[in-house]
Design a protein. Structure first.
Length: 275
């Protein structure tokens, strides 16, 4: 059994952060309890610390993440550092922790500051009948700045951007869930629109986003809208088709002891190829 614990000097001590990680299972307030990962926040010296615990990888990935690729926790930390250097908002990184056994990577954790009162883009477009157009336009410009900086945020989905109000009518945006980012020299229009395709399939929202993006990019609003609309609808159809197929597979294979292994193959293949 071994471990790697990298700590970035901050207002919190290394011992305090290590203690939070050690007691992750029993302490802290749960924010997200997904099938793969858990996210909690902890109060430390009257401030809040956010810790993401990554699920123990399937067997082959335990070996890959130990010997050939960086863990998701390490990548999250390193990507946060790069984003901040480029002037892109993300909660301040504090530490990452990796635990190993003879089989490879076990659990890993990414530690960052916790942002209070910061709804997500998902909240913006689902909690209100008509999303705040001002926020939507500022968010679109934020996405444009990502692209101009060569940042291809592969998980640029509705729940992975936090929104903070900094003054009347002015907002800041913070990326979270950072382990899948590609830093490129430049992004083509095709790649830019593909990066935005997961955010919404609402035609009016896409019209507003296309209008705003066209103000900053050297293509017409019509070209941007048509391309983004096509990609958003294609992504939505593919997403629902995959859910239907998965549901049918579960119904057919549920009685088989191999079901869970079979069910994990799509995620395994995706993680090997794209993470």
């Amino acid at each position: 059994m071994g471990f790697t614990f990298f700590y970035k000097p901050s207002r919190f001590t290394k011992t305090d952060i290590y203690s939070l990680i050690e007691n992750f299972d029993t302490d802290g307030k749960l924010i997200e309890d997904g099938s793969r990962n858990q996210v909690k926040f902890f109060k430390l010296d009257n401030e809040l610390v956010n810790i993401k615990s990554f699920k123990i990888p399937v067997f082959i990935n335990r070996i890959i993440y130990h010997y050939f690729k960086k863990s998701k926790a390490r990548r999250s930390f390193e990507h946060a550092e790069i984003l901040l250097k480029k002037g892109i908002g993300t909660p301040q990184p504090i530490a990452f922790y990796e635990e190993y056994s003879s089989l490879g990577l076990n659990r890993s954790y990414y530690v960052s500051e916790h942002l209070e009162n910061a709804p997500t883009f998902y909240d913006l477009i689902t909690m209100c009948r008509s999303p705040d157009e001002n926020i939507l336009r500022q968010f679109t410009h934020f996405s444009f700045l990502l692209h101009e900086n060569g940042i291809d945020f592969l998980d640029h989905s509705r729940g992975n951007t936090l929104i903070k109000k900094i003054s009347e009518g002015k907002y800041s945006f913070y990326l979270v869930d950072l382990n899948r980012i590609r830093f490129r020299k430049s992004l083509s229009l095709q790649r830019r629109m593909k990066n935005l395709q997961r955010l919404s399939s609402d035609k009016e929202i896409i019209r507003i986003m296309s209008n705003e993006y066209a103000k900053w990019y050297n293509k017409s609003e019509e070209i941007i809208f048509n391309l983004l609309w096509q990609k958003a609808i294609t992504f939505e159809k593919r997403y629902h088709r995959r859910k239907r197929v998965t549901k049918k597979l579960k119904a057919v294979i549920r009685i088989s002891p191999l079901f869970w292994l079979l069910c994990d193959w799509p995620g395994l293949i995706e993680s090997i190829l794209f993470t």
